[in-house]
Write a protein that binds this ligand. Structure first.
Ligand code: AMP
Length: 288
């Protein structure tokens, strides 16, 4: 069932005026930060905010500060019309779609610098990425002043980084992390999946298959991580279109390496399929 198209605002002043009025009416605010090219994964975050009865704001902003110089900023899909159609179905209340100039005025020079959860894995492979993410998310929090902000487990390390700066900078926003939404064949939905050819897309299924296999092995009692990876890595060796960047099991608090699944853990994978970089993950808990 389709609802009304949400109102779209482009400036911080309009956003502030809209949320202030909602607050005066006594309603809470939920924020869903996105880069657009929306899919059912994003929709699940909007659904969660609507279900929690917040006035639901969705931001759509392709944030240049989180892309490296060799990354896909200029070709990142921008599909505002289709995004608004999807958001009317989800009954989002307001869309904030600022320009780059609105978010980063001339000479912008203030950034959130992070260590801790931002250092390993994506932090090593995408220098400056989390600095860009944390800066834009903090700006969105200050512009919108939400009670709750919704993020996807799909970007697991990002969710840790956001929780970290919210905790350490005393940002008064509650963070909700929602489960990964997948296509029927298992591929985690991502705005970047449109880059994949049919052949690459089917090769990319090795990511979700390896994660599902790991979950089964752990359920059967395999908690030795080296042994687990010895079973999983050959799946990638058998997928020549897929270049594995990392496949690693970490603890869920600080992403510290583990030898055994003896506490809440997460299996994280990053791989390239052609020029497209994909990430996925699966939570692994000690059996029983
Ligand atoms: P993005 O537009 O890629 O920056 O993503 C915006 C938000 O949607 C982030 O919190 C992502 O983690 C979340 N997200 C992206 N893909 C999925 C997915 N397949 N399932 C659940 N959440 C997702």
């Amino acid at each position: 069932m389709s609802g009304q198209r949400p109102t779209v605002v482009h400036t911080v002043e309009e956003l502030r005026a809209a949320v202030a009025e909602v607050r005066r009416g006594g309603r809470s605010i939920g924020l869903v930060p996105t880069m657009g090219a929306l899919h059912r994964g994003h929709a699940s975050l909007v659904d969660a905010a609507v279900r929690d009865r917040h006035f639901t704001v969705v931001s759509i902003f392709v944030n240049p500060a989180q892309f490296g110089p060799q990354e896909d900023y200029s070709r990142y899909p921008r599909t505002l019309d289709a995004d608004l159609a999807l958001l009317s179905q989800c009954r989002a209340d307001l869309v904030f779609a600022p320009s780059v100039e609105t978010m980063y005025g001339a000479g912008h020079s203030t950034y959130v610098e992070l260590a801790g959860a931002a250092e390993p894995l994506e932090g090593e492979r995408r220098p400056g990425h989390f600095r860009g993410v944390a800066t834009v998310v903090l700006k969105l929090f200050l512009q919108c002043l939400p009670d709750v902000a919704y993020f996807g487990q799909k970007d697991f390390q990002q969710s840790l980084v956001i929780r970290q700066f919210v905790r350490e900078l005393d940002v008064p926003v509650q963070i909700q992390v929602c489960p990964i939404v997948r296509d029927l064949d298992g591929l985690a939905l991502s705005s970047r999946n449109v880059y994949l050819s049919a052949e690459q897309r089917s090769a990319a299924l090795v990511l979700s298959r390896s994660l599902a296999h790991a979950r089964d092995l752990v359920a059967q009692g395999q908690t030795d991580i080296a042994r687990l990876l010895t079973v999983l890595k050959p799946l990638y060796a058998a997928a020549p279109l897929v270049q594995l960047e990392y496949l690693t099991v970490r603890d869920r608090v600080a992403l510290a390496p583990l030898q055994q699944i003896d506490r809440p853990a997460v299996l994280l994978v990053a791989a390239r399929v052609g020029t497209t970089r994909l990430i996925d993950n699966e939570l692994l808990d000690p059996p029983g």
